[in-house]
Design a protein around this ligand. Structure first.
Ligand code: BGC
Length: 260
């Protein structure tokens, strides 16, 4: 079954057909800027524009930067509030005319890293954290996703952690790597105190520059950069869509129930 993966982010909507056996893109990805305001109607049109660049696919896996339960988007920290309680999977499926699966963006990125990247063959509790517009989290126990963990919204120094330590905060406040790494370290220490994962996988665009800030962070948990970089969300969304369609080889996630 041919599957298109589309990643809805705070700044761009990106998609490509995915080889879900090898964990790779089958064509160069196509990107459009995330519409502003990022209301349901505008984003659905942006997704349709990305999908229109490709043909021959049977289904679509989509990521969303908020909580997704049974195809319904429940929160919208960094997108327009019209997404709160929107029947996202149904709306996308109607517009695209194909079956659609929707899952949280960090969960999707984690699914790809666990299947093909930095989390491959890791047992026990591991956590993917994405540092971008917000902070996304994905928790896996023995390779199985525990969805919608939302640990980017833990409180750090009296504020929402992502307001202090996301990559957007680093750029907006023009922070030095030292200053930002200090905040990321405080955040990671808090998460390791609460959950004691065996491994942190650090993703988001900034993970490409891990040599700038990893050496500045002193925590007990081993930490590795994501290896699929910008394509993890696209790949994880497609893998999840295939699993939802009943492919026995696919990874198990909760989003399976959300295929519309
Ligand atoms: C959202 C998460 C999302 C993360 C990264 C947070 O603000 O609440 O659901 O995974 O940003 O986009």
């Amino acid at each position: 079954m041919a599957t298109l993966g589309i990643d809805i982010g705070g700044s761009g909507v990106k998609g490509a057909p995915v080889d879900t056996v090898r964990g790779d893109l089958l064509a160069e990805r196509y990107r459009v800027p995330t519409p502003q305001p990022s209301d349901v109607t505008s984003v659905v049109e942006a997704v349709a524009e990305v999908a229109a660049q490709f043909d021959g696919f049977d289904q679509v896996g989509l990521t969303f930067p908020g909580v997704v339960v049974d195809g319904v988007t429940r929160t919208a920290a960094n997108v327009d509030k019209s997404w709160i309680d929107a029947p996202a999977a149904r709306v996308f499926a109607e517009r695209l005319g194909k079956p659609v699966t929707v899952l949280n963006d960090a969960d999707a990125a984690g699914v790809a890293e666990v299947a093909f990247g930095a989390g491959r063959d890791q047992s026990g509790l591991i956590m993917m954290l994405t540092f971008g517009t917000g902070i996304g989290s994905a928790l896996f126990l023995d390779g199985v996703l525990i969805p919608n963990t939302e640990l980017g919204h833990l409180e750090l120094d009296g504020k929402d952690a992502e307001v202090r330590a996301s990559d957007r905060a680093r750029e907006a406040d023009d922070m030095s790597w030292e200053k930002w790494a200090g905040r990321v370290q405080d955040y990671l220490r808090h998460v390791e105190m609460l959950l004691s994962p065996r491994l942190f996988i650090i993703g988001g665009g900034v993970s490409k520059k891990s040599d700038r800030f990893f050496p500045l962070i002193d925590i007990r948990t081993p930490m590795v950069p994501a290896s699929l970089l910008n394509n993890a969300g696209i790949i994880g969304a497609a893998v999840t869509a295939e699993q939802a369609a009943g492919d026995p080889g696919a990874i198990q996630t909760d989003a399976a129930a959300a295929r519309v």
